[in-house]
Design a protein around this ligand. Structure first.
Ligand SMILES: NC(=O)c1ccc[n+]([C@@H]2O[C@H](COP(=O)([O-])OP(=O)(O)OC[C@H]3O[C@@H](n4cnc5c(N)ncnc54)[C@H](OP(=O)(O)O)[C@@H]3O)[C@@H](O)[C@H]2O)c1
Length: 328
């Protein structure tokens, strides 16, 4: 697979692998832990070098899984992980980006990932109680100490990105972005282009919706995050179906899958965009990776944009509590 560059010099495969679902958020896992190790190693065999995890996924067990699975190929892969939560009794109970907490998480993540440096260390959510300058300065100290290579932010607004970047260069911002989530377009993406910062869209497949495999008949199990998300409620799902039907029709004409069209659309938005679709199945890793081979014409992209604008999206992308954590 070809590579892309985040920021000035973080080279990663053009599509990464989101590892969160292996430990939480999408209901019962189709495989056991050994199977997930197989998926992670299989992804490397298929050219993926960019792996996305976080302290809070599990919590902790997702980093441990990634660290164990990829220890033998550590020099070939890029580890992105995230700090910024207060975790008590295995539950995140709020935000915590105090400098001492960031340093503590870095050391613990290094141990769990079985590595001596974190390639990309994101603040998971902007903490209103800690000035972003202090966060950037602390990550800068970790970079100086060799424990971290690159600084990232997640779900940060344009003003916060500028303030952070002025203290320590931001290599990548990770936020939700896809055909049905356009929030970063008006302000964040132009700011990143101006400052030379990479962008990593999370939930690039719309948490499965844009693959055409989720509809009003899908029964989500308890523990599946989609049971809490307004746009996955029955009436909203039905209204949102028009967009995915169009994606599927276009995919059919191109001998591709709807998910591949959704990923190819993202890749075409800007050369420093690197989507991280999440899956626990090697066949889907392969399918998603092959989206790097799919070219959409300008007319096809315009058609997708026009339809998305026409039908709109029904329902918020998160519940109220999670929406309140998004930096404006
Ligand atoms: N920074 C943040 O706050 C944040 C928030 C959310 C996510 N993330 C990161 O972003 C990554 C990706 O986001 P996400 O997992 O929420 O959403 P996503 O990648 O948009 O979608 C994942 C869902 O799509 C399914 N899927 C994947 N490939 C498929 C395919 N080819 N065909 C049909 N279904 C497919 C997966 O099911 P199976 O697993 O069963 O294949 C899963 O249900 C996460 O793993 C995580 O690393 C970050």
């Amino acid at each position: 697979m070809h590579t892309r560059t985040l920021g000035q010099d973080l080279e990663v495969s053009a599509i990464g692998l989101g590892c969160m679902g292996m430990s939480q958020s999408y209901g019962p896992n189709p495989g056991d832990r050994d199977d997930m190790i197989g998926v992670l190693r299989g992804a490397v065999d298929r050219g993926i070098t960019f792996f996305d995890t976080a302290e809070v996924y599990g919590p902790y067990v997702n980093e441990e899984l990634v660290g164990e699975a990829l220890a033998s190929v550590r020099d070939q892969v890029v580890f992105a992980t995230k700090f910024g939560w207060r975790i008590e009794n295995s539950k995140s109970v709020g935000l915590d980006s105090r400098p001492e907490q960031i340093k503590h998480v870095a050391d613990a993540s290094l141990r769990r990932l079985r590595t001596d440096t974190i390639d990309l260390f994101y603040q998971h959510r902007v903490d209103p109680d800690v000035p972003i300058e202090d966060v950037a300065g602390t990550v800068g100290e970790l970079v100086q100490a060799g424990k971290v290579r690159h600084f990232g932010l997640s779900e940060a607004g344009a003003a916060t990105i500028r303030r952070a970047h002025a203290v320590h260069p931001v290599t990548a911002v990770q936020s939700e972005y896809s055909l049905w989530t356009r929030d970063p377009e008006p302000e964040v993406l132009p700011t990143l282009a101006e400052l030379g910062i990479g962008f990593v869209p999370f939930s690039p497949l719309g948490k499965g919706f844009l693959t055409g495999t989720v509809d009003t008949t899908t029964a989500f199990t308890a523990g599946d995050i989609r049971t809490t998300i307004p746009r996955f409620k029955q009436d909203n799902l039905a209204a949102n179906q028009t967009l995915v039907d169009h994606v599927a029709t276009l995919a059919h004409t191109k001998n591709a899958t709807p998910g591949q069209v959704a990923l190819a659309w993202l890749l075409a938005q800007h050369p420093s965009i690197v989507p991280i679709p999440g899956t626990r199945r090697i066949a889907r890793v392969e399918e998603n990776a092959a989206a790097t081979q799919l070219a959409l014409s300008a007319d096809e992209r315009t058609g997708l944009d026009a339809l998305a604008a026409l039908v709109g999206v029904h329902g918020d992308r998160y519940n109220e509590m999670h929406m309140s954590l998004v930096d404006k």
